[in-house]
Design a protein around this ligand. Structure first.
Ligand code: 13P
Ligand code: SF4
Length: 306
């Protein structure tokens, strides 16, 4: 480890204790960030962790909607996002106003929003879901017609697992659409023993070629299983760091080196330190939005327990 990192890490850890803070990091974060986090996980695991932490400050190493979800669940805690520009382009593909308009056109539909959405959009939704529990949440609903926002590809994947009528918003993840089906077929020929595991944000043509379709947390769990020795990984490449760290004897092949989420890469050790020093950038959901957004997130957590 470089001297720069040792010094930075010492400062971060000492300030973290002083501030009574916890560092939560998403599976796509830079390796240096994952390595100093108290917990690394997928969107669902991170929100469950935020909900139960007794820390006073949550340093959220992920993108804006994740920090916002932590703030929705823990309104009395200080939630810090070390880079204010770390947004999710997919979450920005729908506004609350656009959703209200669509709801007027579909008065009978139950609105399910992917957690990759703003608090305002969550507030307009009946329930929220993540890639880990989407099918379970939708199947738990006493509804025939679902308006699913904003990810059309996760929505399409769910539609192959349920009899409910799914109406999809045309959003997508600009990182996952970079994974092309021909990359998977090419890699399968090169690594015939490998299991192909992809994230449900991938295009349907890619999903059709996969052995497993899992959230990032699911991918990490699956990688630990005995049946895996080589894995072609169809998601953002930041996850490869954790997969290699947890499974030193196994081989992990990214489906595409271009599957990089630039927003996830904005956070580094320096920014975590500055964030703890200056207590910036605080993410807080306005009162009028908070309660309605929390209802949608709570319903998701409740459905997950059933
Ligand atoms: P997970 O909830 O599977 O970690 O996915 C989050 C995300 O943003 C995927 O692009
Ligand atoms: Fe958003 Fe895609 Fe980045 Fe996930 S990988 S945070 S969905 S842009």
């Amino acid at each position: 480890m470089e001297n720069r990192d040792v010094k930075l890490i010492e400062k971060i850890l000492s300030l973290k204790r002083e501030r009574k803070a916890v560092i939560l990091a998403h599976n796509y974060q830079l390796g240096e960030v994952q390595d100093i986090a108290d917990f690394v996980g997928d969107s669902l695991e991170l929100s469950q962790n935020a909900a139960k932490t007794d820390a006073e400050v949550i340093v959220f190493c992920g993108v804006h909607f994740m920090a916002e979800t932590a703030s929705i669940l823990c309104p009395d805690k200080i939630v810090l996002l070390p880079d204010v520009n770390a947004g999710c382009p997919m979450a920005n593909m729908i506004t609350a106003e656009e959703l209200r308009k669509r709801k007027r056109e579909l008065p009978g539909a139950t609105v399910v929003c992917y957690i990759n959405s703003t608090a305002e959009v969550k507030a307009e939704s009946d329930v929220c879901c993540t890639s880990a529990n989407a099918v379970k949440v939708i199947e738990s609903l006493d509804a025939r017609e679902i308006l699913f926002v904003p990810d059309q590809y996760l929505g399409h994947y769910i539609s192959t697992k349920t009899d409910k009528k799914m109406i999809l918003w045309p959003g997508f993840c600009p990182t996952h659409v970079r994974i092309q089906p021909q990359y998977i077929t090419g890699l399968r020929q090169q690594y015939p023993q490998a299991n192909v595991v992809v994230h449900p944000e991938c295009r349907p043509e890619v999903i059709a070629l996969a052995d497993e379709v899992l959230s990032t947390g699911g991918i990490c769990r699956y990688a630990r299983s005995e049946e895996v020795s080589e894995m072609i990984v169809g998601t953002e490449i930041g996850i490869i760091h954790r997969l290699k760290k947890e499974n030193p004897g196994k081989k992990f092949i990214p489906a595409s080196e271009q599957a990089v989420c630039p927003n996830m890469k904005l956070i580094n050790l320096e920014k975590i330190l500055w964030s703890l020093e200056e207590m910036t950038h605080q993410v807080k959901v306005p009162k009028e939005v908070h309660l309605r957004a929390k209802t949608a997130v709570d319903k998701m957590l409740e459905a997950g327990r059933i």
